[in-house]
Design a protein around this ligand. Structure first.
Ligand SMILES: [Zn+2]
Length: 238
């Protein structure tokens, strides 16, 4: 009986630890990701949180996790070259800082590769929709320090309870981004990463969470980028 009880306590404890550590790099919570993808006009918007689900499986975690963030430990300005440098690290587990920017380009390449062969290619776009969402999240673009650890999950959820009710607002706020080639895409990724990195610096300095207004401003960058990616790969946003 005693042993049984202890096992119960241990497994609750393990679960709590798992939940806490899983919280590390989740990015926006699920409904926020769905809202970004739906506002961008992605037919498979309802799958946009799936990459976080895939990542939660122990055997996939190492491969998937580093695609969701770039802990810019040096606090360097994000450039087009930095984005391109990360492409070869896509899906690679041994990378301390992560390679979110390369993962966006890597998943677009993967879509194109499958599409060119006439294969069903929407799954890489599901991943891309998710990464484009994570791109605007300040704590996915800055070092994983105490501030980040303490506030990560709360900031992931700043607009979670109302994002799905505001899809029209996000859609109307989407601005025009034109992507003609990979260099254009890399430049836009760098630009949006910088908005996130700078906001990350600001909230650290002021020791606070993002406001809802700031969170919406960020995800509007994500939705605008992902819409432009859909156009770039020949998918009509709907
Ligand atoms: Zn994520």
């Amino acid at each position: 009986m005693q042993e049984h009880k202890q096992n119960g306590i241990t497994s609750v404890f393990t679960l709590i630890i798992m939940l806490l550590s899983a919280g590390q790099a989740y990015g926006w919570h699920d409904k926020t990701h769905l809202a970004v993808a739906q506002a961008a006009g992605f037919e498979r918007w309802y799958s946009a949180a799936a990459p976080d689900v895939a990542k939660s499986r122990e055997e996939f975690r190492a491969v998937e996790e580093k695609n969701h963030y770039f802990n810019n430990n040096a606090g360097k300005r994000v450039t087009e070259a930095m984005v391109m440098e990360q492409v070869e690290r896509f899906n690679k587990p041994d990378d301390d800082e992560g390679h979110l920017y390369g993962a966006i380009i890597g998943s677009v390449r993967e879509f194109k590769r499958l599409d060119a062969k006439g294969k069903y290619a929407d799954n890489p776009l599901v991943f891309c929709a998710h990464y484009a969402g994570d791109l605007s999240m300040p704590l996915h673009n800055t070092g994983y320090d105490d501030f980040n650890k303490e506030r990560h999950s709360r900031n992931d959820g700043i607009i979670e309870c109302n994002a799905m009710n505001n899809i029209g607002f996000i859609q109307r706020s989407i601005y025009q981004i034109t992507i003609r080639n990979e260099a254009d895409l890399a430049r836009e990724i760098a630009r949006i990463a910088e908005t996130a990195r700078q906001l990350g610096g600001e909230i650290r300095k002021e020791n606070r969470d993002m406001t809802q207004e700031e969170a919406y401003r960020q995800i509007i960058h994500s939705a605008s980028l992902f819409r432009a990616i859909l156009v770039y790969v020949g998918k009509n946003p709907c």
